[in-house]
Design a protein around this ligand. Structure first.
Ligand SMILES: NC(=O)c1ccc[n+]([C@@H]2O[C@H](COP(=O)([O-])OP(=O)(O)OC[C@H]3O[C@@H](n4cnc5c(N)ncnc54)[C@H](O)[C@@H]3O)[C@@H](O)[C@H]2O)c1
Ligand SMILES: [Zn+2]
Length: 400
């Protein structure tokens, strides 16, 4: 830019140049991305694992957590040796409190130390915490390298390990530092569940029942008939049914993700079921309540509201609540007050473009959306919560 100054009767005037012509161009920079999700077995078996073929001789860094390494480290090292993989192993501390930028940085340092290049691949082997951190690191290393997810928890198999999202917590703000970064492959092997604590299996059941409630009645029927045996046996008995439940739930989740992978197409998301009141509830308990339990309580409230609104038949509502209880999941918590629920709805309305887009089942396997916040008045919520508190109490006295 230049300015012309010229003197006129002793006064300096600035003469602005004519506005520069504006040139604009629209850059198309969408990346076509797809990935494979495989329900497999024997991931750590040197003879039968599909991992070596998918790595295709690329340099790899396996990232896992100390608990998972304790159970599966020896098998992993054996797989690397016997299949002659160009892979090193990095063990992180697990747990939500280690879902931090510091963990991402540790992985990046390790990638640098092992001389990973742009063709190299990270392989996250662990629960949702591990795969979320790995997805973040992969998005950052050399502006993005491939990663694979090998989930070892039930939440991982049906949710965290198969989607596009990664993230870490910033202080107490969950997943504040996050990314959309699809894996190149997701490898699902339910045998990892053998060592999972029973409570973690229940939490995963809550997410499976969510998918059943919104899209898949047959999935619900399978859970209703077999979940008790499956929770006790860590999905190993009946083995075929366990795999069918995981695969049906995974496919329903992927169908939903496919419609809205970057969450920018619509606010009407069926997978928000169970996730409207639960974040507020988790926060209100100082995150002592597990996400899966909060999701179960949220769904119990939602089906109860659906019945009160005359949208869902009472027998359907009761059937769903019974299956939550049968899975050992809670249906009520004193921290979930009517005021907290109303605040959650207000926030949903604000964040979702001025309408609540609240998914409500009309039967198990089929949902509609309530858009108008006024259709969910405070007294309706209060009555529903009181009813659930009573049912939870009855359940408690009957089992003790
Ligand atoms: N990216 C997504 O789309 C997505 C979706 C859902 C949840 N998440 C995230 O996932 C996390 C929750 O996932 P999670 O429930 O898997 O928690 P997690 O990763 O903390 O695992 C739960 C516990 O199980 C242990 N563990 C893992 N695998 C085991 C095995 N095979 N045997 C024995 N113990 C094992 C872990 O050490 C941990 O103590 C949250 O941080 C949540 O935000 C992400
Ligand atoms: Zn969830």
């Amino acid at each position: 830019m230049f300015e012309v100054h010229h003197q006129h009767r002793g006064v300096i005037r600035r003469q602005q140049p004519a506005p520069a012509p504006q040139y604009s161009i629209r850059m198309e920079c969408r990346k076509r991305q797809d990935y494979g999700v495989h329900l497999t077995a024997d991931i750590l078996s040197p003879q039968d694992s599909i991992l070596p073929a998918l790595l295709a001789n690329r340099k790899a860094l396996a990232v896992t957590t100390s608990t998972v390494y304790k159970y599966y480290g020896r098998q992993l090292e054996q797989l690397i040796r016997q299949c002659d993989l160009d892979m090193s192993v990095h063990v992180l501390e697990g747990g939500e409190s280690n879902k931090t930028i510091a963990s991402v940085e540790r992985i990046c340092n390790e990638a640098l130390a092992t001389k990973m290049d742009r063709r190299s691949v990270l392989v996250g082997i662990g629960g949702g915490v591990c795969t979320d951190v790995v997805a973040m690191a992969a998005s950052a290393i050399r502006r993005g390298i491939d990663h694979m997810r090998v989930p070892t928890t039930l939440i991982g198999l049906v949710d965290a390990g198969i989607g596009l999202k990664g993230g870490v917590n910033l202080g107490s703000k969950k997943n504040y530092f996050g990314c959309f970064n699809p894996p190149s492959q997701a490898l699902l092997d339910p045998a990892f569940l053998n060592t999972l604590p029973e409570a973690c299996v229940r939490y995963g059941m809550a997410e499976i029942l969510k998918m059943a409630l919104v899209t898949d009645r047959e999935l619900f029927r399978l859970c209703e008939a077999h979940q008790q045996a499956l929770i006790e046996s860590r999905f190993s008995d009946p083995w075929e049914i366990g795999r069918e439940i995981i695969w049906r739930s995974t496919r329903s989740m992927l169908d939903e993700l496919q419609k809205n992978p970057y969450e920018d197409q619509t606010y009407q998301r069926l997978v928000d079921m169970g996730h409207c009141f639960s974040p507020a509830l988790e926060a209100a308990t100082g995150y002592r309540m597990h996400h899966g339990e909060a999701v179960a309580i949220d769904m119990a409230l939602t089906v109860t509201l659906a019945e009160a609104l005359g949208m869902m038949d009472p027998s359907e509502r009761n059937r769903f609540v019974d299956v939550l209880l049968q899975a050992g999941l809670p249906i009520h918590a004193p921290e979930l007050t009517p005021a907290l629920c109303e605040a959650a709805l207000d926030e949903a309305e604000q964040h979702r473009g001025g309408a609540v887009h609240f998914p409500v089942p009309i039967e198990i396997g089929r949902c509609l959306f309530i858009e108008d916040r006024a259709k969910l008045p405070g007294r309706l919520i209060e009555t529903a919560l009181r009813r659930l508190a009573g049912e939870a109490r009855d359940m408690h006295t009957n089992t003790h």
